[in-house]
Design a protein around this ligand. Structure first.
Ligand code: NAP
Length: 313
């Protein structure tokens, strides 16, 4: 055996076996959950579950799952996200968004697991006129928004090691998100009308998932202690803000297949031109400096993330 091989053998023998972290991901087929399943893989052993294996309308089953798996970290990407449908079915929205997160948070505390729970910019009424900070008062307008705020409150009441990440205008190019809709409309409509009075922080789901993975500490120290130290609500959306109109314009400009577009003009409209069942806040751009100050990572500027999301090949 050469000295190099001996060295290698010794190094391998001397390397202590490090236990892999156990990460429980709930909502693995959703926009965000899909990306989290991939970006979290290097961080530990990911157990990814979705409906019907877990059903947030029967949240007691969540307690059993957490007790059985004894995870170090739980990531909750489950939500009832159909904003208009929630107006017709508030009980279902409340069960999934408002009640289940509290039960999950209690189970997380008992298992000494860090809970990372996602929430929404819609907890605000959009009237501030400036990007929202975590300390700004909430005032949700519709059922989806109200139940998401109830979920935040239930998580906080469980008093474990919880971290709530409020995000905004999520797109993934996998589900029926706004970016994908604009691309589809551009292939079938010559004129697009898009609201210029609704403003938010467009967020690419993959970047949100990557930043989530990066915020977890590298060292396998006591994660629960780390969670207790960092407990809080943080805003985490794409940096900067855009109106729906600006976002749609950027999508058309960055479209990797502009030759497929039939659209000839894009006209500014008002949100009121598109009546919907649920009221939507006008300006919910998020100020994300607290997250950066605490964890040292941030989402890139929304245009840059969109460029990367739409890049092919
Ligand atoms: N989308 C946005 O623009 C946006 C904006 C701000 C904040 N957020 C927040 O970001 C987080 C992720 O949102 P997203 O856009 O990734 O959501 P999404 O694509 O709608 O995914 C939601 C996930 O929840 C699952 N789910 C729904 N009802 C369930 C139930 N009763 N039991 C178990 N699983 C259930 C869905 O499963 P199925 O696929 O099987 O239905 C899906 O996997 C949520 O907290 C959301 O409130 C989203």
């Amino acid at each position: 055996m050469s000295s190099l091989e001996q060295d290698r053998g010794q190094t391998l023998e001397q390397t202590p076996a490090r236990p892999r972290r156990r990460l429980l991901l709930l909502g693995s087929t959703g926009q965000l959950g899909w990306e989290l399943q991939r970006t979290l893989a290097p961080s530990g052993q990911v157990v990814a579950l979705d409906y019907p294996e877990i059903d947030f309308t029967h949240p007691n089953s969540l307690t059993a799952v957490v007790e059985k798996l004894q995870p170090d970290v739980i990531l909750n990407a489950v939500a009832y996200t159909q904003v208009d449908q929630a107006e017709k079915d508030p009980d279902a929205a409340r069960a999934v968004n408002g009640l289940a997160p509290g039960i999950l948070a209690q189970a997380a505390r008992k298992a000494q697991a860090v809970l990372i729970h996602y929430s929404t910019d819609y907890v605000f009424d959009g009237a501030k006129g400036l990007p929202y900070r975590e300390t700004d008062p909430t005032n949700p307008l519709g059922v989806y928004a109200k139940t998401k705020l109830e979920g935040e409150q239930a998580v906080q009441q469980a008093d474990g090691a919880w971290i709530i990440l409020r995000t905004s205008w999520l797109y993934s190019l996998r589900r029926d998100d706004f970016v994908l809709k604009v691309l589809k409309w551009s292939r079938t409509q010559r004129t697009l009308k898009v609201a210029e009075d609704q403003v938010g922080s467009p967020t690419w789901g993959r970047m949100l998932a990557e930043v989530t993975a990066q915020m977890l500490p590298r060292a396998s120290s006591d994660l629960f202690e780390w969670g207790l130290e960092h407990k809080g609500i943080y805003h985490l959306g794409g940096a900067g803000c855009a109106s729906r109109f600006e976002l749609a314009e950027a999508v058309l400009r960055l479209d990797p297949h502009p030759e497929e577009q039939v659209v000839r003009e894009i006209l500014p409209a008002r949100m009121a031109d598109f009546p919907a069942l649920a009221p939507r806040p006008l300006n919910t751009a998020l100020d994300c400096r607290e997250f950066f100050n605490t964890f040292g990572v941030q989402l890139p500027e929304w245009r840059e993330a969109l460029r990367l999301a739409l890049q092919v090949g």
